[in-house]
Design a protein around this ligand. Sequence first.
Ligand SMILES: Cc1cc2nc3c(=O)[nH]c(=O)nc-3n(C[C@H](O)[C@H](O)[C@H](O)COP(=O)(O)OP(=O)(O)OC[C@H]3O[C@@H](n4cnc5c(N)ncnc54)[C@H](O)[C@@H]3O)c2cc1C
Length: 264
Amino acid sequence: MYPFQYQRPDSIPAAVAACQGEARYLAGGQSLVQAMKLRLSSSETLVDLAGIGVMAAIALEGGRVIVGATAKHAAVAASADVCKAIPGLAELAGGIGDQMVRNMGTLGGSIANADPAACYPAAVVGLGATVHTDRRKIAGDDFFTGLYETALQPGELVTAVEFPVPTRSAYVKFKQPASRFAMVGVFVSQSAGGVRVAVTGAKSHVYRATEIETALNASFSPAAAKAVKLSSAGINADLHASAEYRAAMIPVMAARAVEAALAR
Ligand SMILES: Cc1cc2nc3c(=O)[nH]c(=O)nc-3n(C[C@H](O)[C@H](O)[C@H](O)COP(=O)(O)OP(=O)(O)OC[C@H]3O[C@@H](n4cnc5c(N)ncnc54)[C@H](O)[C@@H]3O)c2cc1C
């Protein structure tokens, strides 16, 4: 690991002021510290967000669940508000990695990192969430822009994510067995505005499966999702799964998510 300076501000403005130039925010360190240990990443300064209590808050307000950026996965999974309002989101958080990762990893770190196989991006897009930063609000649909790329500007701090409460929702992933990242993960939500189906693990970044959305808007049933045949063009292929396999898995995971959502 290359040497670095460490700062632990106690407010959002102080964190943003400290994160200049080559400085980077440190959340739970689950991606960043590992990359630094391997010397794949270096920063002159790390700005630790753990001292900003307000950023870990979780609240249910007027039909929206607002999750602070430093809320740990374990806290989201255990939150009575999240379990009651958006059980699909609580289940997603409870299925990330292992207990240690869930005790350290954060919502903000997950979406800022934008791993193509991460679970939270599927909830952000699948629920039509809004990302709050220190300077603006970004629609979830516009947040993820590429492989490990987001709409965040240098030094921009994710402060919270606002999730609208759907009528029903669920997330199902086909896990990579060692890491539990998604080989294919599908978040399905149904609300007054229609059905959203967000897929992670299958392309450079999360996207909406519009063919499955159309089928589910006509009939919100597992059979309708499973009947959709998707092209493998543009789908990821790696040592874990071919593009054809992933393309075949997407309607299957969507069907399981619909089944889980209907069973609540
Ligand atoms: C063994 C293992 C298994 C995992 N399995 C899964 C899984 O199954 N599913 C899944 O979704 N994820 C998985 N993860 C990822 C994990 O859940 C974390 O969400 C992810 O690693 C980010 O970690 P972190 O929150 O500690 O952020 P950090 O590692 O501290 O930061 C990550 C990046 O985000 C930036 N950042 C952090 N917070 C903010 C913020 N508020 N605003 C702006 N930028 C910010 C940092 O500067 C850094 O660039 C796994 C990780 C490990 C190590």
